[in-house]
Design a binder for this molecule. Structure first.
Ligand code: CA
Length: 240
């Protein structure tokens, strides 16, 4: 799975290095910008999944920088500041910040908040009408390019396998019967064909994406009803 990119905007190296080491241990790709200008440059260059933004910077004020970033992107922004006055917190959140931590903070708390914001953002992405990339722990599905990644490995699915996976993953709260899946994928009713074909395709799909196909984590059976995508993996990921 493509690693998530986090940008730390912080002019004090001891703090940025500390945060960087904690986030890298969690598997994130981390970039550090020591000034507002560097930060704007970095945001324009590549996909950033979350920004940790110090308020007191040598060139641009973090609040102003946040306003500037918000003109072009909706990446979650978590503010860091030495100031603890309530007014700063309100100001930071009112200019488009998503969260606020006052220094000194526990690195573990920062990591937990980063994960919570990334998770929320992924959920929002999933709920968009036309999602492009859907990510679950260990699984990434690009609905435009039809690429599927299991961990860091690309997986090749047949057209029908991809159709089944994308239907389930787009609507993870919904249970689909074999007849429904058959009708959606084969565009014919189960009277015209054998909907049990779905079982064969699901079995092949599981061999390709599940760690243990006999004990599936992603595509689960709902006894007597059908199949669904295991939506609770988001929550599990959060607790790790
Ligand atoms: Ca600073």
């Amino acid at each position: 799975m493509a690693r998530e990119n986090i940008l730390i905007v912080e002019d004090e190296p001891e703090i940025s290095e500390l945060i960087q080491s904690y986030l890298e241990k969690e598997g994130f790709q981390v970039h550090v910008a020591g000034s507002g200008q560097e930060a704007l440059h970095a945001v324009g260059l590549e996909k950033t999944d979350l920004i940790i933004l110090d308020i007191m910077l040598p060139d641009i004020d973090g609040i102003e920088l946040c306003l500037e970033i918000r003109k072009s992107c909706n990446t979650p922004i978590l503010f860091l500041s030495c100031k603890s006055e309530e007014i700063d917190k309100i100001l930071a959140l009112s200019v488009g910040g998503d969260d606020y931590l006052t220094k000194p903070f526990l690195p573990g708390e920062l990591v937990a908040r980063v994960k919570a914001h990334l998770r929320r953002n992924r959920l929002l992405m999933n709920e968009k009408k036309h999602p492009h990339v859907i990510r679950y722990p260990g699984l990434e599905v690009n609905l435009d390019s039809r690429e599927v990644w299991v961990g860091s490995e690309p997986v090749s699915l047949s057209g029908k396998e991809f159709e089944i996976l994308s239907i389930l993953i787009r609507n993870p709260k919904r249970i689909y019967s074999m007849d429904q899946l058959f009708e959606m994928v084969w565009k014919m009713t189960s009277l015209d064909g054998d909907s049990r074909t779905i079982m064969v395709y699901i079995s092949n799909l599981r061999k390709k994406i599940e760690k243990d196909p006999s004990n599936p984590e992603y595509i689960i059976n709902v006894r007597g009803v059908g199949y669904k995508f295991n939506h609770s993996l988001f929550e599990k990921n959060e607790l790790q």
